[in-house]
Design a protein around this ligand. Structure first.
Ligand code: ZN
Length: 58
């Protein structure tokens, strides 16, 4: 596997993010988190930024 394809895989890798409002854990793409794109909680619909909530883990 080349370095580049490894990076792409990391971008697509799902990361569990815990919603700051309802504590629902949802899968978000790692690439989105790195870009600090707005995330939507599928449970309560809250929009939040990854940098506002680093309750992120395996
Ligand atoms: Zn939520």
């Amino acid at each position: 596997m080349s370095y580049t394809s490894g990076l792409r895989k990391f971008k697509e890798r799902p990361v569990h993010v815990t919603c700051p409002a309802c504590n629902h854990r949802a899968d978000q793409k790692a690439g989105k988190l790195r870009k600090d794109a707005v995330l939507e909680c599928p449970s309560c619909g809250l929009l939040f930024l990854p940098s506002e909530c680093w309750c992120i883990g395996g």
